[in-house]
Design a binder for this molecule. Structure first.
Ligand SMILES: Nc1ncnc2c1ncn2[C@@H]1O[C@H](COP(=O)(O)OP(=O)(O)OP(=O)(O)O)[C@@H](O)[C@H]1O
Length: 585
C-alpha cells in the first residue's frame, strides 16, 4: 500500500534521553516524527495523578506572531478542559524556545495503524464484535466533541490510539490550533485517504467530514486497506469524489456494511451525525451488549479487589487472635472465630497467588507486545520509569506498595471495622456456633474457580465506568435536539489567521526530503512533468499523471510525494488568495 509522506518539520535540535523539558518532563525515548513535529515518551516528575508516563509533542513554529501564540495557547487551554474516555487526554501545553509543546496521555499499545498492520501481517482479520466496540467508542468520542463544536479534521488510523483495548482519538482540534486557519488545517493533513469529497471540492469542512473519515476508518478496520486507493494522488482524489462506495468483506454483517455506506455518502447532508448513528437500533443493541460486558469486567475486577482487601484485613485479625491463643485459653466463640479466620486466610493466600499469576501473565503479554511494537521504547526505560512509580497498567496486587492512582493500599483501610463485621453474628454457644459455621456458605475457594478473572487497575475501571456512563447517557437521551451540554467555544471568533512560515517550512521539508531521495535532476523533471499533467487533467480531463509516474516504478511513493507537494503548493496559494481578498486560483 502506498504511504504518503508525513511531512517532517522543524529544525529544533532533538532533546536527548534524560534531558528535562519545562523543568518537569524527563525525555525517556523518541516515539517518532509526525507531520507536526517530534514525539517523545516522557516521565512527568510532577505527576500527581499516578500517570507518570506521558507524551510530549514538540512542534517547531518558525516565527510565530505574538497573537498567533496567544491564540494557540488559549485553544490548548480549552482542549485541556475536555475529558472523555475515547479522547486522548490533553494535559498541558507551553512554549519552549521556538517550539510549541503539547503534553498528552500515553497509550502503550500504540496506534490503530500499527494494530491493523499487525493483523494484516498475521493474515488475520478483526472480529466484527471488536470492530463494533471500537466504532462505538469512536462515535461516542466524536459525539462528545461535536457537541462542543470541535472538529477533528485529521481523523485517521494513525490518530487513534489503543490503551488496554480502549480506543482514544488523538490530536482532536490540534491541527486547527496549530495552523491558526482551520481551512488550512484541513488541507494540510499528511494523507489524502480520509479526505471527504466536500473538502477536495473546497466546499468546507464540518462535522460530517469527520464522519466521512470515520467511515473510511471503519472500512479499514474490516478490510485492512484504505477505502479509496489509487496509484497516485489524483486517482485517490477522483475515487473519493466520483468513485463508488466500497462494500465491506462478506464476513461482516449487512447491518455494519449499511452503517458504513451511510457514513460514506458523498453528500455531507445525507450522512448521519455521530448522535444519529448511535441512536440506530443496530448501534443501540450493540451498545447494550457492550455495556453488559463492560459491567461484568469492571465489577468483576472491583469485586476481586474488595475480596482480597477484606481477606487481608481478616488475616490481620487472625494473627491477633492466634497470638492471643498462645497466652490465653480461648473461649468456644473465639475458637470458632479462629477456624473461620484460618479459612479466610487460606482464601486470601489463594487469591493473592491468583492475582500474582494474573499480573505476571498480563505483564508478560505486555512485554511481548511492547517488544513487538516499541522497537525504540526499550524495556529498560519503561522499567526505570516504573521504579519511579508508574503503575497505571498493573493489576491490583496485595504485595504491591505502588498501587495505581485511586486504589487504596488495603492495609491502610480501617481494619477493625471490616474484620469484625460478619463475625459478631457467630453464636457464643459452641454447638450453635458449629452449625452456624457449617451453614454460612463460607467459600472454599476451590482450585477450579474461574481463573479467567480480570484484574483491573483503578484508572482502567474508572475509564470503563466513564465509557459506560457516556453510553448510558446516549441510550437514554433524545439526541435529536440541541447539544445537551453547554458548548465550549474552542476558537475565538474572528478572521482566521495563517501561520504562513510554519506551512512554508512544512512544504520546504517535504520538497527537500523528496529531492534528496530522487536526486535533484529526477526530482525537477518529475516535478515539472507532474505539474503540467495536473494542469492538463484540470483543463482537458487528461489523466497523464499515471504516465508521468511510470518511470518511477521502483519508488512509487516518491511520485506520490511530489504529487502531494504540488497539491499543497496549490492549496497554500489558493488560501492566500482568499485571505487577500483575491479570486481563488
Ligand atoms: N499518545 C501517544 N501514545 C503513544 N504513542 C504515540 C502517542 N502520540 C504519538 N505516538 C506515536 O508517535 C509517533 C508520531 O506521532 P504523531 O502523531 O506525531 O505522528 P503521525 O500520527 O505519524 O502523523 P500526524 O502528525 O500526521 O498525525 C507515531 O508512531 C505515534 O504512534
Amino acid at each position: 500500500m502506498y504511504k504518503f509522506q508525513e511531512v517532517g518539520s522543524g529544525q529544533a535540535p532533538p532533546p536527548g534521553r534524560g534531558s528535562l523539558v519545562a523543568k518537569r518532563y524527563s525525555i525517556l525515548q523518541s516515539l517518532g516524527r509526525g507531520s507536526f513535529g517530534s514525539v517523545y515518551l516522557v516521565q512527568d516528575n510532577k505527576a500527581t495523578d499516578g500517570e507518570e508516563l506521558k507524551v510530549l509533542k514538540q512542534i517547531p513554529l518558525g516565527d510565530l506572531r505574538p497573537d498567533e501564540t496567544v491564540r494557540a495557547t488559549q485553544e490548548a487551554h480549552l482542549l485541556s478542559q475536555l475529558h472523555h474516555p475515547a479522547i486522548l487526554t490533553f494535559y498541558h501545553s507551553f512554549l519552549e524556545g521556538d517550539a510549541f509543546c503539547i503534553v498528552t496521555e500515553f497509550c502503550q499499545d500504540r496506534d490503530l495503524d500499527c494494530k491493523l498492520e499487525e493483523v494484516r501481517q498475521a493474515g488475520r482479520s478483526l472480529p466484527e464484535l471488536q470492530v463494533i466496540d471500537w466504532l462505538i467508542q469512536l462515535l461516542l468520542g466524536l459525539h462528545y466533541m461535536h457537541d462542543r463544536r470541535i472538529l477533528h479534521r485529521d481523523l485517521k488510523a494513525k490518530n487513534v490510539f489503543l490503551k488496554r483495548n480502549l480506543v482514544k482519538i488523538g490530536d482532536f482540534g490540534v491541527s486547527c490550533l496549530l495552523m491558526g486557519s482551520c481551512d488550512l488545517a484541513t488541507t494540510f493533513t499528511g494523507t489524502p485517504y480520509y479526505m471527504s469529497p466536500e473538502v477536495l471540492n473546497h466546499q468546507g469542512y464540518d462535522s460530517k467530514s469527520d464522519i466521512w473519515a470515520l467511515g473510511c476508518l471503519l472500512y479499514e478496520m474490516c478490510s485492512l486497506t484504505h477505502a479509496f486507493q489509487g496509484p497516485n494522488f489524483l486517482s485517490v482524489v477522483m475515487k473519493i469524489v466520483e468513485g463508488e462506495t466500497p462494500t465491506l468483506p462478506s464476513g461482516y454483517s449487512q447491518e455494519l456494511n449499511s452503517v458504513m455506506q451511510r457514513m460514506l455518502q458523498k453528500q455531507p447532508s445525507s450522512r448521519p451525525s455521530a448522535a444519529e448513528l448511535l441512536k440506530t437500533k443496530f448501534m443501540e443493541d450493540n451498545m447494550k451488549n457492550m455495556k453488559d460486558r463492560f459491567v461484568f469486567v469492571s465489577s468483576d475486577g472491583k469485586k476481586d479487589a474488595e475480596l482480597i482487601a477484606k481477606n487481608m484485613q481478616t488475616k490481620v485479625h487472625l494473627q491477633t487472635l492466634m497470638e492471643k491463643s498462645e497466652v490465653e485459653k480461648m473461649t468456644p466463640r473465639e475458637r470458632m472465630r479462629l477456624r473461620k479466620l484460618q479459612a479466610a486466610d487460606e482464601k486470601a493466600r489463594r487469591l493473592r497467588k491468583l492475582a500474582e499469576e494474573k499480573y505476571e501473565e498480563i505483564h508478560t503479554r505486555r512485554r511481548e507486545l511492547r517488544s513487538r511494537h516499541f522497537e525504540k521504547v526499550s524495556l529498560d526505560v519503561l522499567n526505570e520509569s516504573r521504579e519511579g512509580g508508574d503503575c497505571q497498567s498493573r493489576p491490583i496486587s496485595v504485595q504491591d506498595h505502588r498501587l495505581p492512582s485511586g486504589s487504596q493500599p488495603i492495609w491502610e483501610q480501617d481494619e477493625g471495622k471490616t474484620s469484625e463485621s460478619g463475625l459478631q453474628d457467630i453464636p457464643e454457644d459452641p454447638q450453635a456456633a458449629e452449625v452456624y459455621y457449617n451453614q454460612d456458605g463460607f467459600d472454599s475457594c476451590s482450585e477450579d474457580e474461574d481463573t479467567e478473572t480480570l484484574y483491573l487497575s483503578d484508572p482502567q475501571v474508572s475509564e470503563l465506568e466513564a465509557m459506560m456512563k457516556h453510553m448510558q447517557k446516549v441510550l437514554e437521551e433524545d439526541l435529536s435536539g440541541d447539544p445537551a451540554e453547554p458548548e465550549v467555544p474552542l476558537s475565538p471568533r474572528g478572521p482566521p489567521t495563517i501561520n504562513g512560515s510554519l506551512l512554508e517550512t512544512r512544504i520546504q521539508h517535504l520538497r527537500e526530503s523528496v529531492r534528496s531521495r530522487l536526486g535533484s535532476d529526477v526530482f525537477q523533471k518529475l516535478y515539472e512533468n507532474l505539474k503540467e499533467a495536473r494542469w492538463r487533467w484540470r483543463h482537458d480531463g487528461d489523466d497523464s499523471v499515471t504516465e508521468s509516474l511510470r518511470h518511477l516504478e521502483e519508488q512509487p511513493d516518491a511520485g506520490f510525494q511530489v504529487d502531494q507537494l504540488l497539491f499543497y503548493e496549490e492549496e497554500l496559494q489558493r488560501v492566500r488568495h482568499l485571505q487577500e481578498g483575491r479570486p481563488p486560483v
